[in-house]
Every structure is written in C-alpha cells, then in structure tokens.
Design a binder for this molecule. Structure first.
Ligand code: ME8
Length: 689
C-alpha cells in the first residue's frame, strides 16, 4: 500500500487579499504534495478560506452585502491564487461549507455531552482584527500585539472548553514526540508557553455581538469562536474522501503554518482533539515570515508583495513559476526571508536560465547535429567522468528524499541545483562540441550525450515539484514525464528523440532598473522620469483625519490643520480652503493628504503636506472623503507605490486626478485607499489638486 501524505495550509482570512505570505505556504504545500506523489505516496492536499467572524460581518455590512454574499466574492481571490500558482489541492474548503458546519456542530455537541464545555462569565480585552481576547500584559497603548489594532474591554457570558485539564497530556505528547513541532526552536517556544498554567478556552460569542458564525447546537443564542470553527476544517476537509484502501485520511501528516499561529495550532488544536477523542496530527511545521525589501510588509507601507502582480509582470517568461521557484529556493524553512524583485530575477536567471537552460541547449544542439535528434543509448561501461556524474546523480537522488522528509525544501533544491552544476561541469570537461569535430571520438561523444541526457532527465524530474509546467515541457522534448517511478538512473530509452522547441528557460529582465527605484527611506525622491509609469509611484497620498483645525494667525485664506496620519504620526498642514470651510467644519473629517512633500513655511507657519480637493466649474470646492484608516495610502491598481521623501511640489504637476461618478480616478482607474474607493461630491471631470 502506498504511504499516505495528508498536508494542510492554514485557511486564510477572506478579508485580506492574497499576498506572498499566503502564496508561500500554499506553494510549500503544493511542492510537498507533488514530491510525495512523485515518490509514489498517496496524497491529500487541503487549503481554503476562513470565513466567519466579526471582521467579515463588519466588512460585509460596510460593503452593503450579506456576509454570505461577501465571502462568496472574497474567497474567490484565494481560489484564483490557487489557479495562478498551479496548486494541486484536492479540496478548497470554506468554513461556510455545509459539511463543515455540520461537523463542527457534531464535535461541539459531543464535547458538551461529555461535560468538556461549560458556561461562565468572562471579562477581557478583545481585538476584532485578531478575533481574540488578550491579557493586560499583551497590550501596548490600547492596541493588540498582532495587528496593532485597538482592543476594547468586553464582559460577557460565554462557553468554555476545559483546555487547562489537558496541559499535562499535551506536555507529555510534545516531550515524547520531539519532531511533532518543527523546527526545534518553535517546539521550545511552545514548551516554554506550557510551563505557565494553561487556562480554559473561550469558544463562543453571543449572537447579540456576532451573528456570523456557526451556531452552538446546545444554545441558539451563541455562535462558536472562530478558531474552534477554523481548526476543525482540517478534519472536515477529507472526510468525504477515502484513501484507496478505504481508510480515512485523518490524521494529517503535517499542518503547514506561519509562526503567527503556532499557539493556536500546537496548544488549542491538540487539546480540542484530545477532548473530542480524535487522533492528533502527526506534525506541525511553522515557517518564518516574508518581508519585502527587508521591511515588514504592511498595507499602509504599500510594500505588500502581490503574487498576481509578479506573475503578470513576468508573464512572458513564466512569471508564476519563477515566483514559485524563488519562494522555495530563497526561504530556509523556519527562518524569515525578504522578497525583492531583483533578488528573484537573479536567482531565476542564475539557476534556471543559465544552469538548466544551458544544459538543455548544449545537449539538444549536439544530439540534433550529430545524431539526427536521437539520444544515443547509455553504454554498459562508462569512462571515469561519466561514472562520476552518474554517482553524483545517485547521491542527489538519495539525499533529496532525506531533506524533503525534514521539510528542508530549500536544501533539497540546493542539492538538485548541485546536480545541474555537475552536468554543466561534465559538459565543459568532456566538451562534446570538440569531440564532434574529431571523427575518431564518435563513441565518446555518444556516451557524453547519453549520460548528460539521462542526468538532465533526472534533474528535470527533481525540479518538477517546483516548476511543474516548465519541467514537463522540457521533459516532453525527450518524450518523458515526471511520474512516479521515474527517479532512478538509466530509464531514458535508447534512441529517445530530443525534440527541438522554444527556449524554455528565458532570462528575466528586471522591469525597472534598481537605480530608478527609490527606497522607502530614500532621502530625496527622484524627479518623475520616463521610467516612472505614474506619479502614484512617487507621491505618497495618505488618508488623514483632522484632529484639530484653527484659523491661520495672519493668512486670510488658510486654515491650520492638525492631522492624524496613522503610522506617519501627526502632521500640521496649512490649507487654502478657509473661504469654503470653517475650522469647525473640518474637525473629524477624513481627507486625502500628499504626505511626502518638502516642508514649507506659509506665512510663518510650518506646513508638512498638502490636502487634495476638487473644484467645480462654479468655483465650489469639494474635499475628498476617503474611508480607509488614517495612514492608509491611496493607490491605483497596476502601479507601484514607491514614494521617497521631500518631494518638490512640481512633482505633482503631472498628476491628473479627476472625479468621475462621485469617485476619484486616475487615467480612468479608481483610486483606492484601504481597499475602498474615494468619494468626492464634485461634478464629473472636476480636477483634484
Ligand atoms: O491566521 N510571511 O489566516 P491568515 C509568511 N484564518 N507567511 C505568511 C505571511 C508572511 N508575511 N503572512 C501570512 C489565519 N502568511 C487564520 C488561520 S487556520 C485553522 C486559520 C501565511 O489569512 C502563514 O501561513 O492571517 C500564516 O500562518 C497565514 O498566512 C495566516 O493567514
């Protein structure tokens, strides 16, 4: 019977848009799945979306949709990411799926019947973004630790799961199974956490506060707490799908998670399973964090790496696969990594365009010109250099499975690339292009091409989990495929045809030279040049909220506004709008601010930016009304956001923002801030400046 391999990714919150972090865990799951299929295991790969909770309820209300309509729309983005990245998941589970809802309710009922759940009053500091309560020590300046959003004190009656009673059993389990949590330092973190007394787990929310959730089967006035609902997806996922021998898929072989959700997976989850009498997952792998250009990614910094954008930009050269390859090659599983486009281009060009691409073109050319496109048969005895290459291939074939077993994917890939380098050295040392010129070296030439073709075939099979399309296109040139049983030396049939085809591993070109790319911390923003596609790349438009407003002491037309600009702090701006708005009108309003202008003094008062407004032909002035949180930046789809600082006011000249249908647009595309369009009451065609 084949070994089972059941792998999961976290189910992602639908409120976020898919980014490199989600893409990474998903691609990791896919690479492991493809690898296990390749070695003949039976695989189930689960991913999906986490769709209940207060955040979703609020976002749906804001968007004027029912929560179900809202999640039907937003979960699509994650399915699309799956298609983009060629994920081979067996199911895309949604926590709103009927079988999941029923399963969660049956587990809850079982725990209630066994006395594992009780009702009690609870008072705590609650954070909506994280959907959880925090202790006082977690809170800094009224904000939760994870997302840094405000917490509020909430007291209510709720249901609790007796998590604390499983503390010792869990400790014993972790101690007896050293590889249950990988990497090791994450395991130690959990053990450290478990040295403190473990409390019980609040598993409900009253419907009066949160209705968008799964109803408790024993109390219709409550829904279950998001984590309790979400974690059970791992058991629901494959319940309807049996293994070939009729047994069920659970327990999972490995849960892939980011380090952010380690406690929920290695403490809440196993104790829930113990309570419910369900087997524990075999392993939990917590990987590190992706940053962008060395900085934490955040919406307000505008540096969130969008897989769709990267794939689109490099579409003609297989952008999605280049992205997959880079993610797996760059991140040492467990450690943090930083994404930069230049880094991706360098790695992909070095490994694929140069190393693999060279091998394909060198061998193909000689096979075509010297052997009419047919790869000569492998001889029974090999000369030394060939023996060495064969030994290298066999050692890589032996080592890669060891690395994969430990989830050391970047090391497995490094091993694989060492085979590519060995093939290139072999070709350089044996120089088939020279042998071809010497009629007496025909046999040697045939051997070199046979040995290198077979090594290339193995290389491509080993690469297939990472770059499935490219690898199978290249294998198809040899009439081969990446299928179970193909990972052994000597399988390329004699006279295999080496077909001609397009360049499969073209070089990627960085779309914008690094020198043109102002870093977020650059002292001086470059002038708008032809290389800059839009002023949106330079101008830092931010949502700002007016905290205070007063008349300018000496300039008749100016108001002096004190603005809250979120992460950029507080800014003072002089605005020439006094003829249209009084100071009192302004307090509490949200505005659109150009936040990276050079400071200026206006009649003795410092001004640290400029607010935007649109003029109607009748002379009336209309402020822009963004909805996003203070500090969120305005952007237009398809343009990078790379503002420097100290922008000269002239840099704004080419910015033609106008109002269409009550909304701000740039070249016909909506400008958004914090994901929402920006309203303005000016007439169509009114220019905002
Ligand atoms: O936590 N680097 O969903 P989520 C690496 N719904 N990985 C990252 C990342 C980054 N910068 N950002 C996100 C939830 N991830 C819950 C999970 S599971 C029962 C419920 C990846 O949308 C990483 O896998 O916030 C992380 O654990 C996950 O996305 C969090 O996704």
């Amino acid at each position: 019977m084949p070994n089972p391999f059941y792998v999961t990714t976290p189910i992602y919150y639908v409120n976020d848009v898919p980014h490199i972090g989600h893409a990474y865990t998903s691609v990791l799951g896919d690479v492991l799945s493809r690898w296990h299929r390749l070695v003949g295991d039976e695989v189930y790969f689960l991913t999906g979306t986490d769709e209940h909770g207060q955040k979703v309820q609020e976002a749906a209300a804001k968007a004027g949709r029912t929560p179900q309509e809202h999640v039907d729309l937003t979960s699509q983005r994650f399915r699309e990411m799956g298609r983009l990245l060629d994920l081979t998941n067996d199911r895309f589970i949604r926590t709103t799926d009927k079988d999941h809802v029923e399963f969660v309710q049956s587990v809850l009922q079982g725990l209630w019947d066994k006395g594992e759940i009780y009702k009690s009053s609870y008072k705590g500091l609650y954070n909506v973004r994280d959907e959880r309560f925090y202790s006082e020590s977690d809170i800094r300046e009224g904000r939760g630790p994870a997302a840094g959003e405000p917490v509020e004190e909430v007291e209510e009656v709720n249901y609790f799961f007796k998590m604390g009673s499983y503390q010792q059993r869990l400790l014993d389990h972790i101690e007896k199974n050293p590889a249950w949590i990988v990497p090791d330092f994450r395991r130690n973190e959990v053990l450290g956490f478990l040295r403190q007394p473990l409390g019980d787990l609040c598993i409900s929310r009253p419907k009066s506060r949160l209705s968008w959730g799964i109803e408790l089967p024993f109390d219709k006035d409550f829904v279950t707490y998001v984590w309790f609902d979400a974690l059970l997806n791992y058991v629901t996922g494959p319940r309807g799908a049996k293994r070939a021998d009729g047994t069920s898929w659970w327990p999972a072989s490995v849960h892939l998670i980011g380090k952010d959700i380690l406690t929920t997976h290695s403490v809440y989850w196993p104790t829930m399973l113990m309570g419910a009498g369900i087997e524990l997952p075999r392993q939990i792998l917590a990987h590190g964090w992706w940053m962008a250009d060395g900085q934490k990614m955040s919406k307000s910094l505008g540096n969130v790496v969008d897989p769709f954008e990267v794939a689109r930009k490099y579409e003609s050269v297989g952008g999605a696969e280049a992205f997959r390859f880079f993610l797996m090659r760059d991140m040492v599983v467990g450690q943090d990594s930083s994404f930069s486009e230049a880094g991706m281009v360098k790695v992909v060009n070095g490994d694929l365009a140069n190393d693999v691409g060279n091998i394909v073109s060198r061998i193909r050319k000689q096979v075509a010109t010297q052997f009419e496109g047919k790869v000569p048969a492998l001889p029974a005895t090999l000369f030394d250099a060939s023996k060495e290459l064969k030994a290298k291939a066999e050692s890589v074939l032996a080592e890669v499975p060891n690395q994969m077993r430990l989830f050391r994917v970047s090391f497995a890939l490094e091993e694989t690339m060492s085979l590519a380098r060995a093939i290139n050295s072999y070709l350089e040392n044996t120089a088939p292009w020279k042998l071809a010129k010497d009629g007496s070296k025909r046999q040697e030439l045939a051997e070199v091409l046979a040995v290198s073709s077979e090594a290339l075939r193995l290389l491509l099979v080993l690469l297939s989990p990472y770059i499935p399309r490219k690898a199978s296109e290249a294998l198809a040139l040899l009439g081969e495929s990446a299928a179970p049983g193909k990972l052994a030396w000597g399988l390329l049939p004699a006279d295999a045809e080496f077909k001609d085809g397009p360049v499969l591993f073209p070089r990627l070109e960085v779309k914008k030279p690094e020198a043109d790319k102002p870093k977020a911390d650059a002292k001086q923003a470059p002038a708008a040049t032809a290389a800059v596609k839009s002023p949106f790349e330079l101008v830092d438009f931010r949502v700002a909220k007016v905290e205070a407003a007063e008349d300018h002491p000496s300039a008749e037309k100016l108001l002096v506004l004190t603005l809250d600009v979120g992460e950029l702090g507080r800014k003072q701006v002089c605005a020439g709008i006094k003829a249209h708005f009084s100071a009192a009108d302004m307090v509490g309003r949200k505005l659109l601010l150009v936040a990276n202008l050079k400071k200026a003094k206006l009649r003795g008062v410092e001004s640290q930016g400029m607010i935007l407004a649109a003029d109607n032909p009748d002379g009336s002035v209309h402020l822009l009304s963004p909805e996003g949180e203070p500090g969120s930046f305005a952007r237009v789809d398809g343009y990078d956001h790379l503002p420097g600082q100290n922008l000269a006011i002239e840099a704004l000249d080419p910015v033609v923002l106008e109002v269409r249908g009550g909304q701000l647009v740039f070249e016909g595309k909506p400008v958004t801030a914090g994901g929402a369009k920006i309203a303005c009451s000016a007439v169509d065609g009114a220019k905002a400046h």
